[in-house]
Design a protein around this ligand. Structure first.
Ligand code: SAM
Ligand code: ZN
Length: 309
């Protein structure tokens, strides 16, 4: 079996393993899944793509998410180890949140489920699953390039092409954890899909994140009021954990280009101009990472409401 076939095989097992959670995006009915497709009792069929993901859309995508170049840059940055401090913090917070959920009390007993909305390459979801025993995962992204990568991210993670703003093809009260890592947030979906006692993890940059590239290359500045808007959008949820990860990255110019290329600024900046500005930076430019990992539970009193220092 080739490497690609083996990876595809693993993603089939992951898909079959979450079939009890999936719902038909057309009629809302329960589904069955095998290695080739997902089918509901009313005859709606969703084939598994050659690359392992399944497209389960209730309506055509209006926005197709990150393109293959951006997803490739994001994968290169995550593979290089530059974001390891953040990957570790997300994995620990996610596994802790999942461990606190009593899955058997909810309508989908079995191994707990983590859903990553806007999962990108699936690396953060894989990190959580690695620390969370038998937990299973579903990564959802609007980008085909992203879900192709996410289908190979972890043997217990299924990958779906889907829209975080549309009705999600998931059963009510089925997820112990919903993750949003630098990705869209949909609090209405959280309310419907979260199991009793389930948690939402939101990972978002602080104003100092990648500061050297904001100055030196013209990266978009992090919105100072982002945290305020986040708290307002998650009305009814209490923050139970907040950790700001600050770290320093020693980078090559190639890595700097990948950091710029993986973010939203890649859409706004001229590629040649970015290259020229990177060339003017020191060869081993240090770059600051500053990202907060927050966990919220519905109805929980906030143990920490002040913004991080
Ligand atoms: C900045 S990337 C973060 C990816 C990943 N969470 C990570 O941190 O590596 C944002 C991701 O959200 C996806 N995305 C954007 N809008 C979306 C939507 N409406 N539904 C699903 N995914 C979306 C993009 O395709 C992209 O993969
Ligand atoms: Zn159906």
């Amino acid at each position: 079996m080739s490497g690609a076939d083996a990876a595809r095989d693993l993603s089939a097992d992951a898909l079959v393993g979450v079939a009890d959670i999936l719902r038909c995006p057309v009629c809302g009915g329960a589904v069955e899944a095998d290695r080739r497709a997902v089918r509901c009792g009313s005859g709606h069929v969703f084939d598994r793509a050659r690359q392992g993901y399944v497209s389960m859309l209730s309506r055509p995508l209006k926005f197709h998410g990150d393109d293959a170049v951006m997803v490739g840059a994001r994968g290169a940055v995550l593979d290089s180890g530059l974001y390891d401090p953040l990957l570790r913090a997300v994995a620990a917070a996610g596994a802790e949140a999942l461990a606190a959920v009593d899955v058997d009390a909810g309508p989908a007993p079995g191994a707990p489920l983590a859903v990553d909305l806007g999962c990108g390459t699936g690396r953060y979801l894989a990190g959580v699953l690695e620390l969370a025993g038998e937990a299973r995962g579903i990564g959802i992204d609007a980008s085909k390039a992203a879900v192709r990568a996410a289908a190979r991210a972890h043997p217990r993670a299924a990958a779906l092409l889907g829209d975080a703003w549309a009705e999600l093809p998931l059963a009510d009260s089925s997820a112990g954890l919903i993750m949003s890592v630098f990705a869209p947030r949909n609090s209405a979906a959280y309310r419907r899909v979260l199991a009793p006692g389930g948690a939402v993890m939101v990972v978002a940059p602080e104003p100092g994140h990648l500061a050297e590239l904001v100055e030196g290359v013209g990266l978009l500045r992090v919105d100072e009021r982002k945290q305020e808007r986040l708290a307002a959008a998650l009305d009814g949820f209490g923050e139970v954990r907040a950790e700001t990860v600050r770290w320093s990255m020693r980078t090559t110019r190639e890595q700097l280009a990948a950091i710029v290329g993986m973010g939203p600024s890649a859409r706004h900046l001229d590629a040649a101009e970015v290259q020229a500005r990177i060339a003017r930076l020191p060869a081993d430019q240090a770059v600051t990472g500053a990202v907060t990992v927050r966990v919220f539970r519905r109805g929980a009193p906030a143990v920490r409401s002040a913004p991080p220092p």
